[in-house]
Design a protein around this ligand. Structure first.
Ligand code: BG6
Ligand code: MG
Length: 216
């Protein structure tokens, strides 16, 4: 299906910035504090997954059963350690091509939005200095349903006042591509085609589109 792109909606973690390494350090520290290990391979399972679901996966890996109060405390502790990392981020951590592609879209009148599961998105955007490149920001503080539910992307389209069919989502996680499909939007996968099969196209990073847009 060929669509007119009137709005581009970007996931944050893994598309605009690589925060997975910081999530990994914080989850590993939590696992270690509870007597088990957490590897980088395990961390792949958490990409695009909400904080609550990530904790459930971590507890399953460690074979731990906890009550709700303990889970809340663990998630809060993990977030504290995670924020300790991200509050030191700066513009050098923006992934190649992200700023240039956002600027290119905006110069052509295409609306831009953030559609992220992260409750830390405002802090990350502020550290990266790119909040102003988005017409609309929808993050984990505004939605209740985690991807693959389409809520985050539908809310962005609604706030932009653009029909879902004219929106293209840029996503690195399988659950995010699924959410875009469920929202009736186009999906550009960022990363490897092997786990992003439902995407309309897959590219290694936004830098690829900057090369293409230089000729248009
Ligand atoms: C997603 C990340 O963007 O946000 C997940 O890919 C993360 O790894 C989720 O768990 C929630 O993020 P936060 O910052 O609210 O814990
Ligand atoms: Mg992501």
């Amino acid at each position: 299906m060929i669509r007119e792109m009137r709005a581009a909606i970007f996931d944050l973690d893994g598309v605009i910035v690589d925060t997975a390494k910081y999530h990994y350090l914080a989850w590993k520290r939590l696992a270690n504090a509870h007597g088990f290990d957490f590897t980088e391979v395990d961390n792949e399972r958490l990409k695009g997954v909400s904080r609550t679901q990530s904790l459930e996966i971590l507890l399953e890996i460690g074979g731990l059963a906890c009550d709700q109060a303990a889970k809340l405390q663990m998630a809060a502790q993990k977030n504290e350690w995670y924020v300790d990392h991200i509050r030191h981020m700066d513009t050098s951590e923006i992934l190649p091509g992200a700023t240039e592609y956002l600027q290119w879209l905006r110069a052509r009148g295409i609306k831009t939005a953030l559609g992220s599961a992260s409750q830390n998105a405002p802090l990350i955007l502020e550290r990266l200095g790119i909040s102003a490149l988005f017409d609309v920001i929808v993050d984990g503080n505004k939605v209740t349903k985690a991807k693959p539910d389409p809520e985050v992307f539908l809310r962005a389209a609604e706030e932009l006042d653009i029909p879902p069919a004219s929106c293209i989502v840029f996503e690195d996680a399988e659950a995010g591509v699924e959410a875009a499909c469920r929202a009736g939007m186009g999906a550009v996968g960022i990363g490897n085609v092997s786990n992003l099969k439902k995407a309309d196209m897959v590219i290694p990073g936004l830098f690829e589109l900057v090369v293409v847009s230089a000729y248009s």
